[in-house]
Ligand binder design. Structure first.
Ligand SMILES: NC(=O)C1=CN([C@@H]2O[C@H](COP(=O)(O)OP(=O)(O)OC[C@H]3O[C@@H](n4cnc5c(N)ncnc54)[C@H](OP(=O)(O)O)[C@@H]3O)[C@@H](O)[C@H]2O)C=CC1
Ligand SMILES: O=C(O)C1=N[C@H](C(=O)O)C[C@H](O)C1
Length: 267
């Protein structure tokens, strides 16, 4: 029988938060214990516009919420500067965080990894919860051993705050693990318009597109002599992320350290 897991969601009115509220409240062994919403303290989820009729309290302060509710897991789907703070506060209150919020630097990750280690508490930071996107990243890593010239094009809706996307960064980090840093393109190439060659991580170029109409899409293009390989993933809607969120919640309760990337859970 599945273990009953008590969950708090931060960012419930957001595009991802709404999907998460629906997934958690519809999963028999999950209990939605509270939500964290900085604008609606003291209300119930059922008072929030367009939300399901749930008698679940709304807190504006994460620390207060964790102290009063004592949930097993926090799901954070807010924005970069808030996600980091919530993760730390969750660990301080012995709550295991599942963080979908993107925009973490290498320094942030190291600090948070150390904090989870000190507390011997599970935590997951997942730049992308979609199983197809995780496979796309793994396939790109495998392919870059043989075709080490790699460029990433990520395309998102125009409400996205962070660039490059967490997925593009994670892809570049996975590629970096298996290939030497290298300079791509002509050694004497120049940018006649700054930014024309995109952002760069150890020589891997990342190009970020933001347009209305898009959801979340990424292509990894690898080039070799006389050939290219394109690995592409598209999320058409945000329900595509929910099986991964569910999997992360089920996994984090059995972890005693921070895991960065769901590829470490599905293997
Ligand atoms: N890992 C993954 O697979 C995915 C990750 N993401 C990431 O998830 C995050 C959210 O994305 P998305 O839902 O599209 O964004 P939205 O802007 O739609 O939602 C963000 C929500 O966070 C809320 N928020 C802001 N500050 C706080 C706070 N202090 N406490 C509680 N809630 C707060 C906002 O509320 P308000 O209206 O009050 O500002 C808003 O409702 C982003 O970082 C995005 O990159 C997105 C999709 C998939
Ligand atoms: O903001 C989004 O929408 C998404 N953010 C994540 C990212 O930065 O990679 C995951 C997905 O691409 C959607």
């Amino acid at each position: 029988m599945n273990q009953q897991i008590s969950i708090v969601i931060a960012g419930p009115r957001g595009k991802m938060g709404r999907e998460a509220v629906s997934m958690v409240s519809g999963t028999p062994h999950f209990t939605l214990a509270a939500v964290i919403d900085s604008k609606n303290a003291g209300k119930k989820v059922s008072d929030l516009e367009g939300m399901p009729s749930l008698d679940v309290p709304v807190f504006d302060d994460a620390k207060l919420c964790f102290a009063e509710i004592r949930p097993d897991v926090l799901i954070d789907l807010t924005k970069p500067e808030i996600g980091k703070v919530h993760l730390e506060q969750a660990l301080e209150h012995n709550v295991r965080p599942v963080i979908g919020t993107t925009g973490f630097s290498d320094e942030d990750l190291e600090r948070l990894q150390n904090l989870a280690k000190e507390k011997e508490l599970g935590a997951i930071i997942a730049p992308n919860f979609a199983i197809g996107a995780i496979l796309m990243m793994k396939f790109a890593q495998m392919a870059s051993k043989y075709l080490p010239d790699v460029e990433i094009i990520e395309k998102h809706h125009d409400q996205k705050l962070d660039a490059p996307s967490g997925t593009a960064l994670k892809t570049a980090q996975l590629v970096r693990e298996v290939r030497e840093p290298k300079s791509q393109g002509h050694p004497e190439e120049r940018e006649d318009l700054p930014g024309a060659r995109g952002a760069e991580l150890d020589g891997i170029r990342i190009h970020s597109v933001r347009l209305p109409g898009l959801v979340a899409h990424q292509e990894v293009i690898l080039g070799g002599e006389g050939q290219t390989l394109t690995i592409k993933h598209d999320s058409m809607n945000r329900t595509s992320f929910m099986p991964g969120v569910k999997m992360a919640v089920e996994a984090v309760v059995n972890l005693d350290h921070l895991v960065y990337g769901l590829e470490n859970i599905i293997e």
